[in-house]
Each structure stands twice: as structure tokens, then as C-alpha cells.
Design a protein around this ligand. Structure first.
Ligand code: DX5
Ligand code: ZN
Length: 213
């Protein structure tokens, strides 16, 4: 299991040093891009990813919460993203967006919000490197974990076993030292954790706590 810290709740003027605290204990860094349309919050665009890139060798796990992601794939690829995850519920054609991400040699992730099901994305599973199950409504850090995500993770796991698919299964939202226990039992591959890690004065210890639970 990998931990992918999300820096949404960090002080952005201090971002580099906050990420330096965890970069050696995490393989991934989760980067939340929001456009104020797909979700009721705004963050940043590819410029921040480009600026962070030379300072970190971690896998940049980019989560696009934007309404028409296909328009911006080239920019996020050029900025140095490693995995580009977009939402099934966005307006872009799903298969075209998958192909656009692959065109730039990046790993492709597809995410579902709490009201979407695994069945909704079943036909895309053979083409994915990652499936991101949202365990909160996307938009903000610090929300409560939704248990409905557990069955989706289990279903994605059994579909992968049955069909020999290659995607990693990732969960995002409301992870802390209690909820990590449930997701671990469901064979998760990547766990996003934001406020639990980043709101602490000892971020490294929080990552280690999650790993060892
Ligand atoms: C929410 C974002 C998450 C968020 C998680 O829309 O996609 O990545 O930062 O934050 P926590 O772990 O605090 O729920
Ligand atoms: Zn996220």
C-alpha cells in the first residue's frame, strides 16, 4: 500500500518546505486541481506542477476536478504530471480523454464521485492504470469518510483479479488512523490523505502511522 499525501490544506506560500517533510516517506504526491465549475472550489493549474517538478522525484499523482479535462491534458502532461486522473462525471468523452493522456505517455486514472458506481465505468477498466474511488464529495479537504466506497474498492479488486486488469485502486477523502483500517481490509493500493497528514506538526510520523495500521 502506498500513501499519496494531498497538500490541499497546506499553507501554499510554504509548500516546498511542507512537502520536503514527507517526500522521503511517500512514493506519490497527490495534486488536487479544481476549476470552480466541476467542484465548488478553485485551486491552481499546471504552473504549480511545473514549478514543483524540479524539486521532487515523487510520482505526481494529479487529480483533475475540472469540467472539460481533455482540453488541458497536454498542459498537465508538459508540466510534469506522471499519473493524470480525470472524472467520469466530467463533460469530456471518456475514451477520447484516456487516449489523449496515453498520447503523451502518461498513466491514466479515472475517478468516480460517491454517486457513481463501478458498473458505470466497467467498460473503461481494461484501459486504465488507476481507478480513484472518491470517499467524499470532491471539493474540500477535511470531510467525513463515506463507507459506500468500501464495496466499490472490493468490486474493483475482484474485477481486476478475474480479468487480469492492471489498474491500481486508489481511495481519496476522509482518511485518518481509524478509516485507514477499513480501506486496508479491502485490498487498497494507494491511499490519499490530506488534512490528517498535512495539518500535523509531525507529518512524517502521520504517514508512518497510516502505513503501520
Ligand atoms: C477532495 C480532494 C482530496 C482532499 C483529501 O476533493 O480530492 O484529495 O485533499 O483531503 P482529506 O484527506 O482531508 O479528506
Ligand atoms: Zn484528490
Amino acid at each position: 500500500m502506498k500513501i499519496s499525501p494531498s497538500f490541499l490544506t497546506c499553507d501554499f506560500t510554504n509548500l516546498k518546505s511542507e512537502l520536503n517533510e514527507i517526500k522521503d516517506v511517500c512514493e506519490y504526491i497527490h495534486i488536487d486541481v479544481m476549476d470552480g465549475v466541476f467542484v465548488p472550489n478553485l485551486t491552481f493549474g499546471p504552473k504549480l506542477i511545473k514549478d514543483l517538478r524540479p524539486h521532487f522525484s515523487n510520482v505526481f499523482d494529479v487529480h483533475l476536478m475540472i469540467i472539460d479535462p481533455i482540453k488541458y491534458i497536454k498542459e498537465f502532461a508538459d508540466a510534469g504530471s506522471d499519473i493524470i486522473t480525470f472524472h467520469y462525471e466530467s463533460l469530456s468523452n471518456v475514451m477520447d480523454t484516456i487516449n489523449e493522456i496515453k498520447k503523451y505517455g502518461k498513466k491514466v486514472g479515472l475517478s468516480i464521485k460517491p454517486n457513481s458506481s463501478v458498473d458505470d465505468i466497467k467498460r473503461y477498466l481494461p484501459y486504465l492504470d488507476l481507478v480513484l474511488v472518491m470517499s467524499v464529495e470532491p471539493g474540500f479537504g477535511g470531510q467525513k469518510f463515506m463507507n459506500s466506497s468500501i464495496d466499490k474498492i472490493k468490486k474493483l479488486y475482484s474485477l481486476r483479479e478475474e480479468n487480469k486488469y492492471n489498474y491500481e485502486i486508489e481511495v481519496d477523502g476522509g482518511i485518518n488512523e481509524e478509516t485507514i483500517v477499513y480501506v486496508k481490509e479491502s485490498n487498497i493500493d494507494v491511499v490519499v490523505a490530506g488534512s490528517y497528514i498535512m495539518n500535523s506538526s509531525n507529518k512524517k510520523e502521520k504517514v508512518e502511522t497510516l502505513m503501520n495500521k
